[in-house]
Design a protein around this ligand. Structure first.
Ligand SMILES: NC(=O)c1ccc[n+]([C@@H]2O[C@H](COP(=O)([O-])OP(=O)(O)OC[C@H]3O[C@@H](n4cnc5c(N)ncnc54)[C@H](O)[C@@H]3O)[C@@H](O)[C@H]2O)c1
Length: 249
């Protein structure tokens, strides 16, 4: 991606304080975008904003709350004059138990953040982008948006939902010049993955990737940056695997 590919553009990244979201903030800012960092963790978001060169703004946001998301988009547009890219990276992992043992509370929380949250962000972004003449929305799905996995029922259901929502929104909003895509990382070493996994399980996960290792947040952010830019102008409604061959097996 050229260094100035996103010059003058405005981007919001949710889940911006950590992992893949933070790497997306850095990639978009490095390409010239003004970036709004949205996250539940206010201190980590402020610290993250300080590490990024360029024009940034940190906004406390709960993506599971539609009012919080609407005001995030309003603040971004007020501050920077428009919205060109929305990256939905915020998510939680939920309980690690089979569906038969899954609690209603954890199910609601995972769906509330990982699917409802993406819908609220997509809806608010579409409204702002329609007013501005177009834009690009990228949601971070997962290989678990394409295949099942043990002890992750709510997460898997939510990620499959994100892929379906992406396709519908892409078809509906192509005439508005809004592109909507999803990226599907394999396993990536971030705090989300590290919580609750021992080294043995990490090695097992690495072995499931034909390239023999999990991905890095930066490798995912590279794809997100391209999808945010006009270089991907023909691409909409797509699910892009960025998974070291995980789904190719
Ligand atoms: N790490 C992996 O192996 C992996 C693999 C495939 C997909 N993903 C997806 O990538 C995305 C980023 O994951 P990560 O690994 O960087 O996770 P992470 O835990 O490092 O970061 C997630 C961020 O989301 C924020 N967040 C959580 N709930 C929120 C809410 N309600 N509102 C606003 N912010 C909230 C957290 O505070 C955190 O900063 C997620 O969508 C995840 O499902 C991760």
């Amino acid at each position: 991606m050229a260094n100035d590919e996103l010059d003058g553009k405005v981007a919001i990244v949710t889940g911006a304080a950590s992992g893949i979201g933070l790497a997306c903030v850095q990639a978009l800012a490095a390409s010239g975008a003004r970036v709004v960092l949205a996250d539940l963790d206010v201190d980590a978001t402020a610290r993250a904003a300080e590490t990024v060169r360029g024009d940034t703004l940190a906004v406390w946001t709960d993506v599971a709350d539609p009012g919080s998301v609407d005001s995030l988009v309003d603040v971004a547009v007020d501050r920077f004059g428009g919205l060109h890219a929305m990256v939905n990276s915020a998510a939680v992992s939920g309980e690690s138990v089979p569906v038969g043992d899954y609690s209603t509370e954890s199910w609601r929380r995972v769906l509330g953040v990982n699917l409802d949250g993406v819908f609220y962000c997509m809806r608010a972004a579409i409204r702002a982008m329609r007013r501005g003449g177009g834009g690009s929305i990228i949601s971070v799905a997962s290989v678990l948006g394409r295949v099942g996995s043990p002890r992750a029922g709510a997460y898997v259901a939510a990620k499959h939902g994100v892929v379906g929502l992406t396709r519908s929104a892409a078809v509906e909003h192509a005439p508005d010049r809004i592109r909507v895509n999803a990226v599907g990382p394999g396993f990536v070493r971030t705090p989300l993955l590290d919580r609750g996994l021992d080294e043995e399980r990490h090695n097992e996960l690495a072995a499931q990737h034909p390239i023999g290792r999990p991905g890095t947040p930066e490798e995912v952010a590279e794809l997100v940056g391209w999808l945010a830019s006009d270089a991907s102008s023909l691409v909409t409604g797509a699910y892009y695997a960025v998974d070291g061959g995980y789904l190719a097996r």
